[in-house]
Design a protein around this ligand. Structure first.
Ligand code: ZN
Length: 559
């Protein structure tokens, strides 16, 4: 991003306060709601605060920075007659009218000391303070107008951050709209009904990014929610809490709060114990349905209900146990099953079965927790993936019942391929991927022995300085890989596994390249899946054939 990467110089602040050098990495920040063109009101207020409380390092503005008022006041800042008293960062337009002020989508200086951050991205100050910003309002229709963001924007923002190893969260998230459902489990949000108002995409972004502070505006009111948890108590290690603060518009007659002052030490400089200390008034995560609430049957709308159970789609094939999301088929079943609660991705996902991004024509079998899909651009016509229906990043994160079904699919596929004179090789790469994909590639028995496959992996790994550890049959990846750690492993048809802990720069196509190599399948031109793309009609034909062939082995049929 073409922004000055320096944040305010550290720090004449502490001199003024008689504690020279002691403040170290603390940043004193101000956040502001919709300015709507009232620049003088805002900056006079900031000057008054600085006079009283000492200097602040930066001012972050969410919501509408420009209003529909004439430009005279802005001209004075733009031409340098007036100057903002503090380094000010602003989000972009929320309507067509004000798009004209934000010329460069990547961010730019609008006036001295006033910087437009850009449509979306990450801004890291020299102190290490990490600020993620997303400009505009939600749009679900492509192409999105210049003042909107789409699911794709949210997805790419999340992917960008998640691909940094050991992602724990971000310091600050700036959005203009409120996240939908933010009021769940919290203190009252006043006149704003958070079940109706706000953006579900922002909720999923906040869920994924785990900001320590999240600021929003546009609703012309002030709401400081009680801090909420980012971990599930008794199931996950403690994480830092999130404070959501919505700010009113500048100079509003009701004198609702529009400016919020806070001090923050960048999380990367903090001791973990200090960071994850839970405030006494911390609440449940508003974007997650609490287990307790769900079990007592109290209906708390949560983001996942928007797409609840859409994974029960019709495959146009006999699928045994009939399922329905509407309850229409429940006549035959005296105890209709409650919709299952699934882990949700923080943004669009190409592999969550409920998500619209899934290429449903490639799905060949659906179980209770997992499903099978043909690999896109597979190494062979029957190269399949075992995928969890809900959003799990890796095998390490699966619950016992999901693991059990993964194992059931593995065993069934082994029998299925064996009946066709093939053995299965499986691999998983938990690196630069967000949804678990267990690749299953059948290799004709006549091509090579299991030991040849093992040798090929070990040799080709050595050539690329990849250390593959042999781990014994029946041993569990969970015992070897830490949650969140990147890894690759291949599982042979004997159950033996070769495991590699990924530190950095793992070749993404490694598993595929070895299988395509001369030593195993000998189809080197297929080592890149992009070279193997076929038409949708051909994919449909292959999927139909697989479903039919697999049917005699299908354990999900019948009860
Ligand atoms: Zn997913």
């Amino acid at each position: 991003m073409a922004l000055p990467k320096t944040e305010i110089i550290p720090c004449d602040n502490c001199y003024e306060r008689g504690s020279a050098g002691s403040c170290g990495s603390t940043r004193n920040c101000l956040a502001c709601g919709d300015v709507e063109g009232k620049f003088d009101v805002l900056f006079n207020r900031v000057r008054a605060i600085q006079k009283k409380s000492g200097n602040f390092d930066l001012l972050l503005c969410v919501g509408n920075f420009f209003g529909s008022t004439p430009d005279a006041e802005w001209e004075e800042y733009k031409t340098g007659i007036k100057k903002a008293p503090i380094q000010t960062y602003v989000l972009g337009a929320n309507n067509q009218e004000t798009v004209k002020y934000f010329q460069d989508v990547d961010g730019c200086e609008l006036a001295e000391n006033i910087t437009y951050l850009g449509r979306k991205g990450v801004f890291t100050g020299s102190s290490g303070l990490q600020i993620v910003y997303l400009s505009g309002t939600e749009s679900l229709n492509e192409p999105v107008p210049g003042y909107c963001f789409s699911p794709k924007d949210v997805f790419s923002l999340r992917t960008m951050l998640w691909s940094t190893s050991q992602f724990k969260g971000v310091d600050i998230l700036l959005t203009s709209p409120w996240p939908k459902y933010v009021g769940n489990f919290g203190n009252s949000s006043g006149e704003v009904d958070t079940k109706k108002c706000g953006s579900a995409l922002i909720s999923s972004l906040a869920t994924g990014l785990k900001p320590r502070y999240h600021f929003a505006a546009l609703e012309k009111t002030y709401y400081e929610r009680l801090p909420y948890r980012n971990h599930i108590i008794l199931q996950e290690n403690a994480r830092h809490a999130t404070r959501f603060i919505a700010l009113a518009n500048v100079g509003n007659p009701e004198k609702k709060k529009y400016l919020y002052a806070f001090s923050i030490v960048p999380m990367k400089l903090m001791d973990v114990a200090e960071l994850v200390k839970q405030p006494l008034d911390v609440t449940e995560n508003p974007y997650r349905k609490s287990v307790k609430e769900a079990s007592i049957g109290k209906q708390i709308p949560a983001p996942e209900e928007d797409s609840a159970c859409q994974f029960f789609f019709d495959l146009n094939e006999k699928q045994g146990r009939k399922r329905s999301s509407t309850g229409r088929d429940n006549k035959s079943s005296p105890h209709p099953k409650q919709p299952r609660k699934l882990p949700q991705p923080p943004g669009p996902c190409w592999f969550c079965l409920a998500s619209p991004e899934v290429e449903k024509h490639l799905v060949v079998n659906i179980g209770t927790h997992c499903y099978l899909a043909l690999a896109k651009g597979g190494l062979s016509d029957d190269h399949v993936l075992i995928l969890p229906i809900g959003h799990y990043q890796s095998v390490v994160e699966l619950s016992a019942e999901v693991v059990e079904e993964v194992e059931q699919y593995k065993a069934t596929l082994r029998r299925f391929f064996k009946s066709q004179g093939k053995r299965c090789v499986l691999f998983e790469r938990n690196y630069k991927s967000h949804h678990l994909q267990l690749q299953v590639i059948p290799v004709p028995l006549s091509r090579c022995a299991t030991d040849d496959i093992k040798d090929a992996f070990i040799t080709q790994a050595q050539e690329q300085q990849i250390e593959l550890l042999e781990i014994p049959e029946h041993s569990d990846i969970k015992q070897i890989a830490q949650p969140g750690a990147a890894y690759f492993y291949v599982e042979l048809d004997t159950g033996e596994k070769l495991f590699h802990r990924i530190k950095k720069n793992f070749p993404l196509q490694f598993g595929r390249e070895v299988l395509a190599s001369e030593a195993i399948l000998n189809i080197p031109d297929k080592s890149d899946w992009r070279q193997c793309q076929i038409s949708k009609e051909e994919e449909e034909t292959l999927a139909r054939r697989f479903r039919k062939d697999f049917e005699p082995f299908d354990f999900t049929l019948g009860d």
